[in-house]
Design a protein around this ligand. Sequence first.
Ligand code: ADP
Ligand code: MG
Length: 675
Amino acid sequence: MNRYETIRRIKGIGEKKETLYHRLGIFNINDLLYYYPWDYESREVIDSLDEVIPGDKWVVKGTLMDSGIVKRIRGNLSITRFSCKGEAGVFDVAWFNIPYLKNTLRKNSTYYFYGKIQKKFGRYVLENPEFKHEKEGQNNREILPKYSLTKGLTQKDLRKAVADVLDQKLEVEEYLEDSLLREHDLLGKGDAIYKIHRPKSKDEVIGARRRLVIDELVEIQAGFKYFKSLNKTKIRLNVDREDEGKIEALKSSLPFVLTKGQQEVVGTILDDLKKRKRMNRLIQGDVGSGKTVVAALAQYIFFLKGYQSVIMAPTEILARQHEKTIKAFLEPFGIKVALVVGGMKKNDRKAVLEGLKDGTCHLAIGTHAIIQSDTEFFNLGLVITDEQHRFGVEQRSKLMKKGSSPHVLVMSATPIPRTISHALYGDLDVSTINTMPKGRKAIRTHCIKKSRLKKVYGFILEEIQKKRQAFIVCPEIEQGENENVSASELYKDLIDSVFSETKVALVHGKMRADKKEETMGKFSRGEIDVLVSTTVVEVGIDVPNATVMLIMDADRFGLATLHQLRGRVGRGSYESWCILATDTSNEKSLERLRVLETSNDGFEIAQRDFELRGPGDYFGFKQHGLPEFKLTDLSRDEKEIETAKKILDTLVDNNKTETIEKIIQSFKKKIDNID
Ligand code: ADP
Ligand code: MG
């Protein structure tokens, strides 16, 4: 087996399973190695069955006392049952509809059984337990990885496939010298990958994760060093008094007065341009702080100086939304705005592209479609990307290459503490819009137990009667192994019950893009009352008429994501609610969620989140919004960012050009795969 062979090489993966793995983004052996678990399950061997609280899951060791019986219960339902004896006591094991187990398990052999322990008629029973032969070995406490799944693939499938690959002990390339590993107390790469899948203890998870996080961070920082070489520009803007007067005229034409924060950021942009170096600025501003109008003003400045500009949004809905807003602001000033999106009619697209090429069109708004190779510009001066966390760095740079290194603005609602954004986006300056427009109503946030959902549905119905709309967000698309609510199941349940008379629709990330856009579009036009979805709605969709955001299993999300989701409501003049449904009994999780009940300030929330979780307090981690990272969590990994920086500096100081080149290549390759 080598790392780049297809997963078909693994026993048990045939044509059918292969396509399921493809859905998870796993194509070859290497992908499987890098498919990290998102959490772990801890299995302990119980000493005595008398300690069990019925319903708990444990491992019980026992020897089969008989050769089992298969009983037909009714129709085609059968039960296979054995009695067992072990140090922990006497118990039964039973399976439904797996009669062949009678021939698999042997009398007098000893096994480890794992499953829920029940007490029935005074006897302990494990129903449908997993089992393995004593010879396969079992530690007193075993930690098993949990992988994200897709319908048709089980945890067992993933565990087995990964285990098969790990057993091959494939060589994993190490680019750090021993001395560096020692200096920073890091595991070797191969060791880290092995341990993240097969840890023996919590400490091993933490150590493995730390090494892999540092790799991600070293890569991205090396990547930025490379992009920095693109930092020169020939585009010089001389903003004079006359221009400034025109900018003021545009401001006074707006339907509102700019907030202090917006004013300041516009001022900073003007200063950047006067400095005659290429502007490269990240504008952070909480959800609803009014970043779009700042973008429009920046675009106007470039228009005044005879340059085109582009604004790129992560989805077609957002692009259309921006088109509407920006047209309203800028068209009265003679600016021609064009929309470039995926499914355009051939002739429309042709006309737009011609306009951009000959300069009759001043401003383009669009999605990825803008970076396609056939788009050419007359003189592109400014590139704006909105909600940057959905764009890979490579995509950004592709767009930059469309002009002779245009100026760049990146707009983001994801609060990243300043120290972190500096270390990471070394080449980006950061400014923050730290004020909110007047007159916003605060969103009321409540945590509830799932048993109270009925009431919430009733409340949603009342809101719909008032012609308002609601979002319901779930952590998963389809039912997996855990008990989290999945969007598809919930959708089915709701249209069969409380919402049978309501216009409900479902969207999630695995739907075809055009279908997804269509549904979101309908929702934003008010043709749908309730939108059941996964976090695909997280990014910037503006539906001022939506007043309820219900989030299922809210403890499964990070606070930043929850805050983003909440920002989808309260955008109009109506009172709005965010309801966090959770059945977790974990005090820490509840405390985290309560932060949202008391604060509406994204930056404060990010800070509290960081304090509450604290560095090093992981066991189980989530994939984050940033496509560049599988494991890194910017709000927690401050120390690792520093370490990565030191490592890269050492490599540079020691002239390890070959190593750095390799890191950059690996970074670019990874980013090319994201889309
Ligand atoms: P975001 O920063 O989340 O992208 P938007 O640019 O979408 O926010 O603005 C949110 C809403 O606030 C829009 O409807 C916009 O017209 C409005 N808005 C922006 N700036 C102001 C302001 N200074 N005063 C009042 N409303 C504003
Ligand atoms: Mg926005």
